[in-house]
Design a protein around this ligand. Structure first.
Ligand SMILES: NC(=O)c1ccc[n+]([C@@H]2O[C@H](COP(=O)([O-])OP(=O)(O)OC[C@H]3O[C@@H](n4cnc5c(N)ncnc54)[C@H](O)[C@@H]3O)[C@@H](O)[C@H]2O)c1
Length: 429
């Protein structure tokens, strides 16, 4: 059997320069930029990136059909054609962000330090009421939310022209904001725009970035669990402007494991009494999540996955009474090297109980960075193919996938992967 069969289809042409704009130059975004630079230099493979290393069955009905690399199957922007930008209220540039985050080892950073330093943070739209643990210093000196949105749109256009970008994508890599629910102001585009002009308290900074991106025709992906674009007014804007959007909250460590294991338990008809998940992490994200109002946003996102996978209504004997708890503790010594424990209480034949324990010693940003790359490239392709509004097929990447009103949210990683592949085949024609 040939390991890498010669593709029978023509490899699509990639063209143009793609700008990836990230509100939040912190651990994830600096690790993404560092990895892309290293992969471009040929010193490492882009491990963990489906768009770069994954293959796809060209014809799912024919198992003997060609299995090309995804990047040879659909016309994705090339790593050499990517340029990075971002906003941050604290980090001056991507090098400083990487040094603070302490994800990468000294020699790895030293080799690419000047390129990282070249990614200079633009002044942020920031409000400490939404992220109480951070003190912003590089912040736009504007009090009107409408003016802030206009200033972000100016930043976007300046970045586009200074970097000769043919296209742009925005990925929120900023901190998790305090928990909030949609209010009247979120119910329509008109109400939201009026809210910006009235400085409505329920409009968070990430929503202002989202508005600026969509008004500028820039696809937006939300890597945090914030509301950001998950409300009717913003979906209306995405559809009116013909721009694709997706979110929320990168599915990286513990929730990735949960959405791998839960479908397996269900396919073997093993019951579940409870799932207790706890984490320690010591990076800036952990510090932000130490505030109860910010943790609540993350907790809601993390708790949502089991119900839709296990369908307790359809399987009450197995999954009708599950206790599901999630905890995160800020513990500085671990930095970005999060440790996540899961105690899973299951039961089988004759109701006998068993336990599964997971201890995942992961690296948060090492897991998240390739996801940002994939989502930027796939959303850029979606925009070129004329997609607009919520992109449900991107749910593969998220803990709390944004779905259309009335459709059923899919959390099973393998079902999500099938949706993603089907969409890529559609894009490949
Ligand atoms: N790393 C993971 O595995 C993972 C998984 C899921 C979600 N996330 C989310 O991704 C986001 C980024 O994670 P991280 O580890 O890089 O965090 P981080 O704290 O290192 O970086 C976030 C950056 O956002 C900045 N920021 C805060 N408010 C801002 C604003 N209004 N505008 C611009 N920048 C702002 C902060 O100053 C900080 O530098 C967080 O919301 C986190 O919860 C991360």
């Amino acid at each position: 059997m040939t390991e890498n069969p010669v593709p029978t289809h023509s490899v699509p042409e990639r063209h143009g320069r793609l700008g990836i704009l990230m509100p939040g130059l912190g651990a994830v975004s600096s690790t993404l930029i560092a990895g892309v630079i290293a992969a471009r230099n040929g010193s490492v493979a882009p491990i963990g990136s489906l768009s770069q290393m994954g293959r796809i069955q060209a014809d799912p009905a024919d198992p003997a059909s060609d299995k090309p690399l995804i990047r040879d199957f659909v016309p994705l922007a090339h790593l050499d054609d990517l340029v990075f930008g971002g906003w941050d209220p604290i980090s001056a540039n991507a090098l400083e962000a990487a040094q603070v985050a302490n994800v990468l080892q000294g020699p790895d950073l030293a080799a690419i330090s000047s390129e990282l330093e070249g990614v200079v943070a633009m002044d942020a739209v920031f409000d400490q009421r939404w992220v109480s643990r951070l003190e912003g210093v590089r912040v736009k000196d504007l009090t009107s939310k409408w003016d802030q949105a206009m200033a972000l749109m100016d930043d976007i256009e300046r970045f586009r022209s200074e970097n000769a970008c043919d296209r742009l994508v925005m990925v929120w890599c900023g901190s998790t904001e305090a928990y909030s629910e949609p209010t009247e102001v979120h119910m329509s585009l008109d109400a939201f725009e009026q809210g910006l002009k009235d400085n409505d308290d329920s409009i968070a900074p990430s929503q202002i970035y989202g508005y600026a991106a969509l008004q500028s025709g820039v696809p937006f992906c939300n890597g945090a669990p914030n509301l950001t674009l998950d409300f009717p007014g913003m979906v209306e804007l995405a559809e009116t402007r013909g721009v694709p959007i997706c979110g929320k909250d990168f599915k990286t460590g513990q929730t990735l494991m949960k959405t791998l294991i839960a479908p397996g338990l269900k396919s073997r008809q093993l019951g579940l009494n409870g799932w207790f998940s706890t984490n320690i992490l010591g990076n800036r994200d952990g510090e932000v999540l130490d505030a109860p109002e910010n943790f609540k946003t993350k907790e809601v996102s993390k708790l949502g996955v089991l119900g839709s996978i296990l369908e307790p209504e359809a399987n009450p004997e197995l999954y009708g009474d599950i206790e599901h708890e999630v905890r995160i503790n800020y513990y500085k010594p671990r930095g970005d090297n999060k440790e996540g424990w899961d105690a899973i209480d299951i039961f089988g034949w004759l109701g006998y109980e068993m336990q599964i324990k997971i201890d995942f010693l992961c690296r948060d940003s090492i897991l998240a960075a390739p996801l940002v790359l994939d989502m930027a490239l796939f959303m850029d392709l979606a925009a070129q193919r004329g997609e607009s509004g919520i992109q449900e097929w991107m749910s593969f990447y998220f803990k709390a996938p944004q779905f259309e009103e009335g459709s059923v949210t899919e959390h099973d990683l393998f079902a999500q992967e099938r949706m993603l592949h089907a969409k890529l085949r559609e894009f490949a024609g």
